[in-house]
Every structure is written in C-alpha cells, then in structure tokens.
Design a protein around this ligand. Structure first.
Ligand SMILES: Nc1ncnc2c1ncn2[C@@H]1O[C@H](COP(=O)(O)OP(=O)(O)O)[C@@H](O)[C@H]1O
Ligand SMILES: O=P(O)(O)O[C@H]1O[C@H](CO)[C@@H](O[C@H]2O[C@H](CO)[C@@H](O)[C@H](O)[C@H]2O)[C@H](O)[C@H]1O
Length: 557
C-alpha cells in the first residue's frame, strides 16, 4: 500500500520490483517527477506547458549482489499534444549505505521507503555502483534482455584491453549541459574515458554515434576523442535508440571559444591606442584549425563506402527544396521577431535591422537562384553544429567534439547530408562572433565610436577568416569532387552563411538581445556579396532595387 500522506515515496514492495509496482510508478509520475525534472538543466521542456509525465519503460541494470538500478524512459506529454522522451537512471540508496550522505541535493528525487527499508531515490549517475555497472557492461560488450527488447552495450576501439578487468574509478563531471557526463579511469589515470548519457532521446541512433564511430573505426582522422562504446536500446522492427556514448577523455582542455577570447585580449588592449596587433601564433592556430576542419571533411568524404549513410550525394531538387523551406521559415520568424523586439535593440542593431528588412526581395531572389543554379558539388555527412565552442584546444592541437547536430533540428534533419561548407560557415561565423563580442562587450572600448569599432573588428575578422579559409582550401586540395569549382564554392558558402546568421539572429533575440547586432552584421556581409553576384550577372533581368547601405554609415544618433 502506498503512503499518500507525504510526497515521499513509500511502498510495501521491495525496490527491485519497482518496475511492476503500479502504485509506486503512478506516484512517481504524478508527484515526484514533475517538480524534480523542472530542476534539471537537461530537461528541455521546462518552459513548455506539461500535461503529463509517464514512465514509459523501465530497463533493469544489475548492480551485483542482487542489487538493481533502472534506466527509466520518461515520456513527457505537452499541452500541444507533442511528446518527448528522456532518460532518467533510478537508483535506491539505503540510509545506512556509506555514500548515502554524499549524494548532492540535485541528484535526489525524494526520500523513499521500500519494504520498510528507508533511503533516497536518486538519479543513478550519483550511485557509484550504477556508474561501475555501466562501465563493466561496456567493457564486457553485454546484452541485457528486457521486457521491451534489450539493452546492448557496444565496445569501441578506444577502450583499451588493459582497462577491462581492473580497478575502475568514476565520477560525475560538473558539465552543465543538455546531457550528463561521467568520467572513468584507472588509479594511475583517473580521467581516461568520458561517458555521455543522452537525456533527451531520439527515436533513432544518435547522429553522434554514427559520426564518431565512423571516424574512429573507418578513417584515419585522429582529432576527435576515439569512440570507446555506446549503450543502445534495441527492439525488433523499431529503430535503435542510443542511451549513451563513451569516448576517450581529453585532458586539460579549454574550448577554442575561450582560447580565441584570450588571444583577442592583446588585440583589445591595443585598440584604444589605435594600434592593430595580432600575435603570430594566433595565425598559426587559426591555420591549424582550417587544416583540421578540412581533414575532418576529407575523412567524412567516403565515395567507396558500402554504407549509404556515408555515400556522397548530389545537390538534388529535394535537398534544395529542404534548405529553401528551412531558410524561408527562419526568415519569416526572424522578421516577425525583429518587429516585435525592435524597441529593445540598440541603435546600431536597429539600423542593421532596417537594412535586413529592406533586403528581403534581394534575399528572395538569391534563394530562387539556389533552387535552379546548376551545381555539381557534393554533399556528405558533416559535423552539423560546428563552432569554436565545439573544438577543444590541447597544448599543440585541436580535438573536435559534440557531433549531435543542431539543437533545434529533428533527428531526420540531423542525418541529412550537406555540403561541408555548412561547417565552414559555422566556424567563420564563430570567429566573427568572437571579435564582435570582445570589442563590443569590454570596458576598454566603451568610449570608442561604434562605427570605428565595427571597422576594427571587421579588419581582424577578414584576416582571420582568410587565414582559416586558405588553410582549409589548401588541405582539401584543388580540384576536389566535393567542390566543383570556386564559383560553386563561393555561392554555396554564401547560402550556408545566410542560413547560419539568420538562425543566430533568432537565438540572440531570444537569449542575448545585446548581441543581436552580431548576426545582423553577418547577414549584412552576405547581402553585400549577394548584391555583387546579382550586379555581375549579365542575364539578370530583375526589378530588385539596390540596397541603401549608406544607412549603415549614419554616425551617432
Ligand atoms: N571527450 C571529452 N573529454 C573531455 N571533456 C569533454 C569531452 N567531450 C565533451 N567534453 C566536455 O563536456 C562538455 C559538454 O560536451 P558536449 O559534447 O558539448 O555535450 P552537450 O551536447 O551535452 O553540450 C564540453 O563542452 C567539454 O567541456
Ligand atoms: O552550443 P549549442 O549547440 O547549444 O548552440 C547554441 O548556443 C550557442 C552559444 O553557446 C550559439 O552559438 C553562437 O554563439 C557562439 C558564442 O557564444 C558562437 O561561437 C557561435 O558561432 C554562434 O552561433 C548557437 O548558435 C546556438 O545554437
């Protein structure tokens, strides 16, 4: 019988039978999960109106000595009828267990009592027995039959044979993101493996597993943390669902966004003295990232692959229509968002917003050009969400992480092949962000005329972008089937730059209004290039007016 007088979970049955304990499960769904999930950083549905929480499935994971934890698949139903599924490992720590007092409060769902044994119902990642069980199952490549299908543990090349039957150390990493991360190691190297437990689940293999396992097992590209295994829920006649992935852990890492920020400090401090300084090692680093990006793209270009998931494809009408629909939908939402938020923007952002709105016809014509222009370049799987924050900087090199794809895209969209220039566009947008955020957000420059700052940041950006692009192109080699010729290259880069900057505009209006001018400036640069293409086209017979870019040169308001 369930005690309904407190919010604690009390059941007369034992913890090990929770998956069949209907009363306890209903109590969990109605009383424990809603407040708990709302505190979890990884629960993406916080801001949506939630209708119901359901424990859809409970997979049992043995912890040794008859103990068990569960991988609960929690289904969240929203008011608009949409549902999402999240992974929540559940463990029961009895009060007298030695580590009961060490569970952080964010890991505790509720005090609980099962079969008169008191303890805490916790997120399993905080239970060392559960962490070690995951590792042992990965190392042993175990398959665990469940009521619904099976949970299978795959072991990848990255997991060393010496680390199979040995003492393992584990901890939860304080990574505050949309997933959870665990570190594993051996006594002389306690942080050797990085296990990501995916929280929001796709009804398919996570694209990150596709890409990281492909690059580790089928290519020579070594600038990712090697694939060490994955945890998959498999059912007959249903696509596999990835629950977690293990890779090697990168030591002493800092991401390239912070590293570029450090390099930009020297530049920033010189600006008030009207000096333009960039250390040479900045160019070396940027060049190296250009080379690594190209090597990643060459590794993903796999024309001889038997696997259709990786075979290069042409620019079909279907693909073009998909990109056009996406850009048009983004544009429509962004125009509306700009109108709604116009008064919140600073004067520079307002001026840029005007030019963007006025360029609508020109952009529409550019999109039509993309629909019909003959293109012989190719599309492959790509990183998909490539920016400076996704590249870890080691002492002398770079390691690329987070191949999950764009946060806003569906699983089908994330598996679509694109021109690798979509990644290139992501990275050069990121360099533009880095310099703009530094120059426009620092006290050192607060008294400097914004138009002057704009010119200075543009000079830095142009130099860095060209350095990155030259290294990229040199490494790709010319000619290469990925890119038919420089005309196609330049045209496609503009398409993806436009898509990325328009996407970013929405992100900034929603989350960082002070930064709206950064993507707007990015859009402006694309518009200038579009204007050049359209003006140079001898066959062009259009009424589209030239843009009044002079608006941007207006001095202080
Ligand atoms: N293999 C790794 N080794 C060390 N740290 C990593 C590794 N992979 C990711 N990280 C760290 O974890 C953070 C989150 O990882 P990421 O793959 O971006 O996950 P998410 O998609 O959940 O944000 C990264 O910013 C980085 O600091
Ligand atoms: O990192 P996520 O995959 O969650 O991506 C989202 O957040 C990013 C910010 O963290 C955002 O990226 C934009 O800002 C970055 C600097 O903070 C910059 O380096 C990127 O170039 C820029 O796009 C990303 O757009 C958003 O989807």
């Amino acid at each position: 019988m369930l005690d309904l007088t407190t919010s604690n979970l009390t059941s007369r049955y034992s913890w090990e039978t929770l998956d069949q304990d209907q009363d306890a499960l209903r109590w969990l769904e109605s009383t424990v999960l809603p407040p708990y999930l709302s505190t979890c950083r990884w629960f993406a549905g916080k801001a949506r109106q939630q209708e119901a929480f359901r424990v859809a499935v409970m997979h049992g994971i043995g912890l040794g000595a008859d103990a068990v934890a569960f991988l609960a698949i929690v289904e969240v139903v929203y008011a608009d009828g949409e549902t999402e599924r999240y992974l929540l490992p559940l463990s029961f720590i009895e009060t007298d267990q030695p580590d009961a007092s060490e569970i952080p409060s964010k890991g505790i769902l509720t005090p609980a009592e099962f079969d008169q044994k008191s303890g805490l119902l916790v997120d399993g990642i905080y239970d060392e027995r559960f962490r070690l069980a995951l590792y042992a199952n990965l190392a042993g490549e175990n398959v665990m039959p469940q009521k619904a299908g099976q949970v299978r543990f795959y072991r990848g090349r990255g997991l060393a044979a010496d680390d199979v039957d040995t003492t393992i150390i584990s901890r939860v990493l304080p990574v505050d993101s949309s997933n959870s991360a665990l570190a594993y190691g051996v006594p002389h190297q306690p942080e050797k493996y990085f296990l990501k437990l995916y929280r929001k689940l796709f009804q398919e293999t996570n694209p990150e597993v596709d890409l990281v396992s492909f690059l580790t097992e089928e290519s020579q590209f070594s600038h990712i943390p090697a694939y060490a295994g994955s945890i998959v829920w498999e059912q007959e006649h249903t696509p596999d669902i990835t629950l977690g992935m293990m890779q090697l852990m990168v030591e002493n890492q800092k991401d390239s966004w912070s590293q570029t920020g450090d390099y930009l400090n020297d530049f920033l401090y010189a600006v008030p003295n009207r000096l333009f300084t960039i250390r040479e090692d900045v160019f070396d680093r940027v060049e190296l990232l250009g080379r690594r990006t190209a090597q990643m793209h060459l590794a993903l270009y796999s024309p001889k692959s038997d696997d259709n998931a990786f075979k290069p494809e042409a620019f079909t009408d279907e693909y073009r229509a998909f990109i056009i629909r996406r850009i048009e939908a983004l544009l429509e939402r962004r125009y509306a968002m700009l109108i709604d938020n116009y008064t919140k923007l600073d004067p520079l952002a307002q001026r840029l917003a005007w030019v963007f709105m006025e360029a609508k016809e020109m952009i529409d014509e550019f999109i039509e050009d993309f629909r019909h222009r003959p293109l012989e370049s190719l599309r492959t799987r790509i990183h998909g969400d490539y920016h400076l924050g996704q590249v870890l900087a080691t002492d002398n090199d770079f390691i690329i992480i987070d191949f999950e794809g764009e946060p806003e895209s569906s699983i089908t969209e994330r598996k679509i092949k694109h021109s690798p220039l979509k990644d290139v566009a992501g990275m050069i947008r990121s360099y533009h962000y880095a310099v703009s955020a530094k120059l426009f957000g620092s006290t050192e420059t607060e008294n400097i005329d914004p138009d002057h700052l704009q010119r200075v940041s543009e000079r830095w950006y142009n130099l860095i972008r060209d350095t990155y692009m030259n290294a990229y192109l040199e490494t790709i080699g010319n000619p290469h089937p990925l890119y038919k010729n420089s005309n196609e290259f330049n045209f496609l880069l503009l398409v993806y730059l436009l898509e990325k900057a328009v996407y970013e505009l929405g992100y900034e209006i929603s989350y960082r209004p002070a930064w709206v001018k950064i993507p707007l400036k990015g859009i402006m640069d694309v518009i200038r290039e579009i204007q050049k293409i359209q003006t140079a086209d001898p066959n062009r017979d259009s009424e589209v007016p030239r843009l009044q870019m002079g608006l941007l040169e207006t001095k202080k308001q």
